[in-house]
Design a protein around this ligand. Sequence first.
Ligand code: GLY
Ligand code: MN
Ligand code: MN
Length: 443
Amino acid sequence: MTALKPLYAKHLEIQRRHTDEALAATGFDALAIYAGGQHMQFLDDQPYPFKPNPHFRWWTPLAEAADCWIVYRPGQRLQLVFLQPNDYWYKPPEMPSDFWTDSFDIKIIREAPEAKAFVSVVTRCAFVGEWREEFADWGFTGRNPEALMHRLHYVRAFKTEYELECMRRASQLSARAHKVAEAAFRGGASEYEINMAYIRATGQTENELPYPNIVALNANSAVLHYQNQERAVPAQLRSFLIDAGAQVHGYASDVTRTYSREDDDFAAMIRAMDVEQLGLCSEVRAGVDYADIHLSAHRRVAKILRDFDVISASAEEAATSGLSSVFFPHGIGHLLGLQVHDVAGFTVTPDGKQKARPTGHPYLRLTRTLEPGFVVTIEPGLYFIDSLLATARTSPLGSKINWQQVERFKPYGGIRVEDNVAATNGEPENLTRPAFAAATAAG
Ligand code: GLY
Ligand code: MN
Ligand code: MN
């Protein structure tokens, strides 16, 4: 496996350069990044699950980081202010020792307020993180200043080789778990059981996973962010949609597959979607406007709908009239990285100029022109959603829909196929497909 240490060293070099430019352009001398703190549940002594904020994770993969800080000053060694409380109720976090720790001066504190001594000595220091009133007299000259945040977010789209390697590994973990989930479906498991099998196969806890798994049988697959886990197995198993990822050092994979129980028309429709999805993946190239890939997806989904006799309009007409949106009502994808829906999808210049979505496409999350190093998802979908179909039925679009076919496919819910793809200087790199091929070969 590729060693992470040299990749991380290079990643830091690039990140320092980006950060120095952002600080210089916005009038700051330093950054103090607060990982965040625990949030207690109302009237309880239990905290909600904790995740350090993505700015913190951009510098270090340290996960047990509540009330920790990173202090960054151009040209100086990085400082990690590390909270290691004297606590006999909970196990205090261990002193970190990993491929990244050599790059930091680690300052141990025993109580959260002791961090003030390290961050308040810095002049013109911007605070980045979730603000707390107790920091009011710590001497910060900006709180998540917008101009600075735009610059930091803009450059996060350009993944370094270290980040790409973390994402390749996340893809491998999720591909292996997807194979386990598929086997559980074929074995007749419930949504709950499939989800547990998936989580176990990743070796991660539910809180470590990058987003809540979507594990849907039959018509539940038509709910885009389906959140339940039914314990009962449906009397007739037809289809299975799973949208589930993994993370490595904070970097996510975001992967969807759909299966039909029988080799029926729905299985053929899934295969047709797979072909179109691969076509869309090959459109991920430097210089391509991502919104154009979204529009291409509408034409491709419309073609499937026509080929399967669900609509009577031409693909072009369906894509422009809003007919394809009845069946494909979300965006073709988004930037992926430290966050599943990574930041700055509409930010086309470092100083924060925004580019709007094409009219009629309110859920597209990315309108930037792709550049080498961008990692995006490509996730076309096609669903039979009651509420959208009901609205279409009473509109002029209704006459273009073959309602008999809709009734046939409705019990299957829908289809989504989602891969993670990196734009390069040449051919796109699909992070997901080779991971599935390796997982299949490994049995
Ligand atoms: N898993 C959420 C998404 O695909 O965007
Ligand atoms: Mn997804
Ligand atoms: Mn996605």
